[in-house]
Design a protein around this ligand. Structure first.
Ligand SMILES: [Fe+2]
Length: 319
């Protein structure tokens, strides 16, 4: 085991866990180089001049292709998701071991180098998000958020992801400053939202018809809508900023968002999901009384007590 009891307990109660310095520094540097190398030659955004990094994307830098999206303040390079480099980063032995500490030994689907990547089918439905699970055999990709500059402050809005998976991660491949667009989570929301779903890993969807455009995509239950509103009212989100190599693991029903970037530094992260080989069998089952049934025995049996020191290191309470 890489994770200790405190870490297991913290994840169980809060639905997320920051594990510091678990991605190789050289690989993080290579991933940054890879992202920067995809800009057009005449780009307005110059890597060596941070003042030009302030969003939104304009002119020649705009890209609508969702396999390498650059729009507004978001830059999502998905076409590299099964490159050796991305697999080495997101599915390294260390990160897979941590995922197994949470999900159980020898339980995971392995990624495929050179395999299919996210976004090749476009959005899941018109105007909808890209489906991270559709034909994806590796990581989601490299996700960046440009600094907002003078853009007005926006309020936080939590969501849960609509595709079936067991565990996800956000890996910081460069330092991310406080309020700098790091991953934002609503601690404990996984426990409150899990029972509101009809299916424990999936969601019913309405097909899209051009002549019947009012309904499309995912249908959330009323109980879910009510609960996530309550979560946003009564729970203070945690801004998971940090250093190069830090990784945030999170539960599939955790409320979260990509943070707004009010820092002066571009936010650079790799994203990926972990799925168990039995997800196909389990995804349509209703939420279970024991919500840790599909997780490791160590996690299932972990106490729900952890120290103040751990809470501080996890940014749950201010240090
Ligand atoms: Fe999400």
């Amino acid at each position: 085991m890489i994770l200790n009891q405190e870490q297991l307990s913290f994840f169980k109660v809060n639905g997320y866990l920051i594990v510091p310095k678990v991605m190789d520094s050289d690989l993080c540097a290579k991933a940054r180089d890879l992202l920067w190398s995809t800009l057009p030659k005449e780009t307005n955004i110059k890597r060596e001049d941070p003042e030009t990094h302030i969003g939104p994307f304009t002119g020649i830098d705009l890209e609508e292709d969702v396999t390498n999206l650059r729009q507004g303040y978001k830059w999502q390079l998905r076409s590299v998701g099964t490159d050796q480099l991305m697999i080495d980063l997101v599915y390294s032995d260390t990160l897979q071991q941590i995922a197994e500490d949470l999900l159980g030994k020898d339980s995971l689907v392995k990624p495929k180098v050179g395999g299919k990547t996210m976004g090749q089918h476009g959005a899941a439905w018109p105007g909808g998000p890209v489906d991270p699970a559709l034909d994806n055999e590796g990581a989601r990709g490299i996700y960046a958020t440009l600094p907002y500059g003078v853009k007005e402050k926006e309020s936080d809005f939590a969501h849960t992801d609509g595709h079936p998976f067991n565990l996800s991660l956000v890996g910081l491949i460069d330092e991310v400053l406080p309020d700098g667009g790091g991953f934002k989570v609503w601690p404990g929301s996984h426990k409150r939202l899990y029972p509101t779903f009809q299916m424990q890993y999936d969601q019913p969807r309405i097909a899209y018809y051009e002549h019947l455009p009012s309904y499309k995509g995912i249908i959330q239950s009323e109980a879910y809508e009510k609960q996530i509103r309550k979560v946003m009212e009564d729970t203070k989100p945690v801004d998971c900023f940090g250093s190069e190599g830090d990784v945030i693991f999170w539960h599939h029903r955790l409320a979260h968002m990509a943070g707004h970037n009010y820092s002066n530094k571009i936010r650079l992260a790799v994203l990926g999901d972990y799925i168990r080989t039995d997800l196909d069998e389990n995804r349509s089952r209703p939420p279970q009384k024991n919500m840790w049934q599909d997780w490791s025995k160590e996690l299932e049996n972990a106490s729900e007590v952890y120290s103040e020191k751990t809470a501080r290191s996890q940014k749950l309470i201010d240090s």
